[in-house]
Design a binder for this molecule. Structure first.
Ligand code: GCW
Length: 671
């Protein structure tokens, strides 16, 4: 095992500098003969070689010890740090009598502890620290790749990918050099991620074969990610028994179909014994599913769960099921209702190893949505919450949009009010999943600053209670070591409020979309208004918004328990930022903030575009303070962000001025 360093590829949050403090010291590893312990030894050796420290042998003096208690005698200084219990994948970190210790019950904990020491830097070797346990709050912390093997004619190599091609495949074949995949695994492990699904949930013909005759490619990728504790998962087509097995049905209750899945899954585990499981998008946007056979989604998911169970695998079954061929004239169909209508009645009917994967909002990864009511409605089902790191609807990695604050709001939401479980707690036994934003771009994420989103996802999946601003600072400190106060302060100022800035210049008050159909970039207020996708805003000359109340609308508010059911139903109590998601109101309706809806639209759009210009201006302070190529890449993207934000501002403001006839109270220029 060697630590992957890929020339020409930005080291992201793991530059060699991040390991200076530990690598300059004497480090003892007391591990077992597992692959993960070998990784920890390799990491330590690599850091020490670079920074002049030394790998200590048992019994020798050391400054840092990473140990499984079963693997040998701890140095006397840290024997007293044994409590509290680290738990699965966790570690205890403490410092006593000049020795820092990371103690774990399993080698994964040692690896995560090693990266925590890197995060702390010199601080890990300062004052004594009481032994503190660090344990992942969510058991499964996974990134989904929407990578294709073949370049799709519309979606390209990576669906909704804004960072170049796939790190796994190129032009129809597995890449020959997979060092970069290992480096990716390392970056993810440093944030706490422990699972990856390698291919698009829209499973096309070539990708369907990964399950059978192209399984070797999955095994090769798994071999690169395994040393960093990451289990590989595969998106599979529900129609596989037909497409690959030559059967004439994929009916989940058909014995031949069930047997096909059992046999096929057995072969997967013969090849990849630690294979994680399947991800399935069924009966959704044209993908095949159990509805074709009159079966429920529990029948579909359970069939796969049964095939996986003997091997310890899980199926992530996506709840993103809605009618994408609806008639815009029909006001009774509400896309927001769909997932709850389909899945809530199935609560308690899913197997133990079936995980229902629910997007955080009821629509589709918008900049602002209420939390999906499905998450609060299925106490007898294992749930995973799905986020989108790739910025499909949040600026496509051309805009700075740090999503940590949004995710932290999502994870901290309590369906039943104060004192009741948070979304993160509801999902603890299932997991947190996100669509990756990584590609073969030298900066990994297209926009170098979009790396912060990938980092924040992993950190929040491990510790949902961490503050997003603190995570941002952690990321800045690791990624720009030695940058000094100018770099740290400027990046913080540019990024911390960037999600809200993005929200200000795009669709107002939670109404969503207003993006250009198809590629979803840039403004198009009526782009989706008369389409079959179910994503409307209903603006007319009198008002705007979607009536989702029980009293007069689609009844969606009734999918929430109290207090939210009442809060969202009530025009007076509904939070401003979601007002147009839940209510259709006149333009002169006064928000809780005291401003009318239409004036709010003007104000926020002027402010948002101005803030985008401010972000660009701030970056100029860093000319000469960061790497010139990185500087240029960010600057080019900021130019586009400012241009696009102005376009959003002018189109949205012009649209609402023309519809409403209400002038801007401050007389600013609207076209
Ligand atoms: O956000 C939408 C995207 C689709 C995607 C779908 C999904 C993979 O526009 O490209 O398909 O969601 O989540 O399945």
């Amino acid at each position: 095992m060697t630590v992957p360093h890929v020339p020409g590829v930005h080291p992201a949050w793991l530059p060699p500098e991040a390991f200076r403090a530990a690598g300059a010291r004497r480090v003892l590893v007391l591990g077992d003969d597992s692959a993960l312990a070998a990784t920890v030894r390799a990491e330590v050796a690599d850091a020490c070689e670079r920074h002049g420290g030394a790998v200590a042998a048992p019994g020798e003096a050391c400054d840092l010890v990473l140990a499984l208690p079963s693997a040998g005698d701890l140095p006397p200084a840290v024997r007293a740090l044994r409590e509290p219990e680290p738990g699965a994948e966790g570690f205890v970190l403490g410092r006593a009598d000049g020795v820092t210790a990371v103690l774990a019950d399993d080698p994964a904990g040692l690896l995560y502890g090693w990266f925590e020491v890197a995060r702390l830097g010199e601080a890990a070797f300062g004052e004594a620290r009481p032994a503190t346990a660090h344990r992942p709050a969510l058991r499964r912390r996974m990134l989904d790749h929407w990578d294709n093997i073949d370049v799709h004619p519309v979606m390209g190599q990576v669906e909704r990918g804004y960072s170049g091609g796939s790190i796994f495949w190129r032009d129809g074949a597995l890449r020959t050099d997979l060092t970069r995949v290992r480096a990716y695994g390392r970056l993810l492990a440093a944030t706490g991620v422990n699972a990856v699904a390698i291919n698009n949930v829209n499973v096309h013909t070539a990708e369907a074969h990964l399950l059978t005759d192209r399984l070797g490619e999955v095994a090769a990728i798994a071999a690169e990610l395994r040393p960093y504790g990451i289990r590989v998962h595969l998106s599979v087509s529900f129609a596989s028994p037909i497409v690959l097995g030559g059967l004439d049905s994929a009916d989940p209750l058909d014995e031949a179909v069930r047997e096909w899945w059992a046999r096929t899954t057995e072969r997967v585990y013969e090849t990849i014994p630690d294979f994680g499981g399947y991800v399935v998008k069924a009966d959704s946007e044209g993908q095949p599913g159990p509805f074709a056979y009159g079966r429920s989604h529990a029948d579909g998911a359970n069939m796969l769960a049964d095939a996986l169970a003997p091997h310890g695998g899980v199926v992530y079954w996506r709840a993103f099921v809605y009618n994408h061929r609806q008639d815009w004239r029909d006001r009774t169909t509400d896309r927001a209702r769909a997932a709850h209508d389909h899945f809530a009645p199935l609560d308690g009917r899913f197997r133990e190893n079936a995980i229902l994967q629910v997007k955080y909002g009821p629509m589709d990864f918008q900049t602002r949505e209420p939390i999906s009511p499905v998450i609060g409605a299925m106490p007898a089902t294992r749930l995973a919450v799905e986020l989108q790191v790739t910025q499909e609807y949040t600026g496509q990695q051309r805009h700075v949009c740090y999503l940590g604050p949004m995710w932290s709001e999502v994870l901290g939401f309590r369906f039943r009010g104060p004192g009741e479980p948070t979304v993160a707690e509801v999902a603890a036994g299932g997991g947190l999943v996100a669509v990756s934003n990584v590609g073969d771009d030298p900066y990994w994420t297209g926009h170098p600053l979009a790396q912060a989103n990938l980092y924040a996802f992993g950190r929040l999946a491990w510790s949902p209670e961490l503050g997003p601003a603190a995570i941002l600072d952690e990321w800045i400190g690791l990624t720009f070591p030695g940058g000094g106060e100018l770099v740290r302060g400027t990046l913080h100022e540019m990024m911390d409020g960037s999600w809200e800035t993005y929200e200000r210049y795009t669709a107002p008050l939670g109404v969503g979309f207003m993006v250009r159909p198809g590629h979803h970039y840039g403004p198009d207020v009526d782009g989706y208004e008369y389409t079959p996708w179910g994503t409307y805003h209903f603006a007319d000359r009198d008002g705007v918004g979607v009536d989702r109340t029980r009293a007069t609308g689609t009844g969606y508010t009734g999918q929430y328990p109290e207090p939210w059911s009442q809060v969202y139903e009530s025009l007076a109590e509904c939070p401003d930022e979601l007002l147009l998601f839940f209510h259709h109101v006149p333009y002169e309706h006064v928000l809780r903030s005291g401003v009318t809806v239409v004036q709010h639209i003007y104000d926020t759009h002027f402010a948002g575009a101005e803030e985008a210009a401010g972000i660009r201006l701030a970056w100029e302070k860093l000319a000469g303070a960061v790497d010139p190529a990185l500087y240029a890449r960010v600057q080019e993207r900021l130019d586009e962000q400012v241009r696009c934000a102005e376009e959003w501002r002018d189109q949205v403001n012009a649209y609402f001025l023309r519809k409403s006839g209400v002038p801007d109270a401050r007389g600013r220029r609207i076209y």
